[in-house]
Ligand binder design. Structure first.
Ligand SMILES: *[C@@H]1O[C@H](CO)[C@@H](O)[C@H](O)[C@H]1NC(C)=O
Length: 499
């Protein structure tokens, strides 16, 4: 905005400087040209703005000049050039037709008209125009250059129509792309290519062509509606809403756009609320909004995916492992994305399914070899697998990895009661086994009820392992009661506190 304003001001400054330069150095004739005749004044200003690339300002002055002197073919020709530069081919064509009417031997106007007709895909008309130029001026290189392309283009155009009606989508799309290079303003070609891309499932490409057609045809409510529907199909709610609003700007009571707008608006609200809940880590809201999305839009696959993907992530964060795995799997069956694979892998870890977790992390890395979360995840799983071969404190107490402290203490009390060495008589092998088991149970309780130690253990370290913890080994007997593990049992008489 600011830049454009500055440009405009600079442009105007330069234009006025040029005028004053003419005033100061030039003859009376030009003075009269500038101030004596309003039409010429506007023409000169228009030319100056045009030279500066200030197309809108140039247009304003050419309009003004033509209001005073509507049959000035040179001014008309200049205005046509500006229209063309602004992409307004229809207005340019109107001006050029008037120019040719006023001055039939003005070759440049016919060549311009011919080029516009080629770009519009009106090849027969272009041929007539360019032929007229070449009849008058055989060696006109520019006319020859465009004229020589017409034969091939016409043949390709016909072939494309046939391929399109034969539903040879891929071949038709390739050929259409070649023709559109030469005829970029032809809406029929675009519409055919849209059909091809939709049939090929290339929705994004269809959208690009549709957007072009909204510019090629004015008041194109149909294209806006189609665009909105395509964005909706792709699960792009905001974009869909923007396009249907464009339709309603042109026709506020459009029969199809209005009901479509109502529906899109409702869904977009839920989607946007859902996204905010997830990014604000309001996981309960996230889960209920995702379920709401499934209810208000039960049939669109892309919104279904967005809902399932959020249910996967937010259930995981809520610690609901089973729900998380189920929703992640649904989302993944629709689209395999690294972050969803990593969410499911985390859920698998919490569930104790390390192989499945590893497999998901590997798949994530197949999709994106630099996905850091998956790289870290693989390392974590490897540590956990190594650890699983050693002591697994969760297994010892027979609790889930996501168990609460309360659940852990309960499991601990149960196991400790069952395996307390006092329950076993004499020096039997059973008593020995129970002693070992009892040590493990106490160690498990020590680690899993201490948030620091549990965190270390979850990260794949054994906080009681002297190897990984530099001599902070743990032995409840040794530490508190001078009992030496592995030395064969001495008298065993301490009271264990079930806290
Ligand atoms: C959609 O638009 C809303 C508000 O205009 C914005 O907050 C949100 O981030 C947008 N969503 C996407 C996916 O771009």
């Amino acid at each position: 905005m600011g830049n454009r304003r500055r440009e405009l001001t600079e442009g105007k400054m330069r234009a006025f400087c040029a005028l004053f330069w003419m005033l100061s150095v030039d003859s009376f004739g030009i003075l009269k040209g500038v101030f004596g005749n309003d039409s010429n004044k506007h023409l000169e200003l228009g030319k100056l703005y045009m030279a500066q690339g200030q197309l809108q300002d140039a247009l304003t002055h050419f309009h003004a000049a033509l209001e005073i002197d509507s049959n000035n073919y040179l001014t008309l020709f200049r205005r046509a050039t500006v229209f063309l530069a602004l992409g307004r081919s229809k207005s340019a064509l109107d001006d050029l037709n008037k120019v040719i009417e006023l001055k039939p031997d003005f070759n440049s106007a016919r060549i311009q008209k011919g080029i516009i007709l080629v770009k519009l895909g009106r090849l027969e008309e272009a041929e007539i125009e360019l032929k007229k130029v070449l009849q008058r001026d055989k060696s006109n290189e520019e006319a020859e250059k465009w004229y020589s392309q017409l034969g091939i283009l016409q043949r390709q155009y016909q072939q494309a129509r046939i391929l399109h009606s034969d539903k040879e989508w891929v071949t038709a799309a390739d050929l259409l792309t070649k023709i559109i290079d030469s005829c970029p303003w032809d809406t029929n070609l675009r519409e055919m290519r849209i059909d091809c891309h939709l049939a090929m499932g290339e929705t994004a490409k269809a959208i690009t062509d549709l957007r072009a057609t909204t510019k090629l045809i004015s008041d194109n409510t149909e294209s806006y509606l189609k665009l909105s529907k395509l964005h909706y199909l792709m699960g792009e709610g905001n974009e869909s809403l923007n396009e249907v609003r464009e339709c309603l700007k042109l026709d506020p009571e459009h029969k199809e756009c209005f009901p479509h707008y109502k529906k899109v608006k409702k869904v977009v609200k839920v989607v946007n609320d859902l996204n905010s809940a997830a990014s604000d880590e309001r996981f309960t809201d996230c889960i209920s909004l995702a379920n709401k999305l499934l209810k208000v839009e039960p049939s669109n696959q892309n919104f279904y995916f967005q809902a399932e993907e959020k249910l996967c992530h937010c259930s995981l964060k809520e610690g609901d492992v089973k729900e998380a795995i189920s929703h992640c799997t649904k989302a993944l069956s629709f689209r395999s994305e690294p972050r969803i694979l990593c969410d499911r892998a985390e859920a698998f870890i919490l569930e104790g399914s390390l192989d499945e977790a590893q497999s998901d992390y590997s798949k994530a890395l197949e999709i994106d070899e630099n996905f850091q979360r998956a790289k870290d995840g693989i390392q974590r799983v490897q540590k956990l697998q190594k650890q699983a071969k050693k002591r697994d404190y969760y297994k010892i107490l027979n609790v889930r990895r996501s168990a609460t402290k309360k659940e852990i203490l309960k499991a601990y009390r149960k196991a400790a009661q069952k395996w307390h060495p006092d329950n076993f008589q004499g020096e039997s092998p059973e008593k020995k086994a129970a002693e070992k088991k009892f040590i493990d149970i106490a160690a498990a309780k020590e680690v899993l009820t201490d948030p620091e130690k549990r965190k270390k253990f979850d990260a794949g370290e054994d906080p009681l392992d002297p190897e990984s913890q530099q001599g902070q080994g743990f032995n409840p007997f040794q530490q508190h009661h001078g009992f030496h593990r592995g030395h064969g049992g001495g008298p065993f008489s301490f009271k264990f506190h079930f806290n």
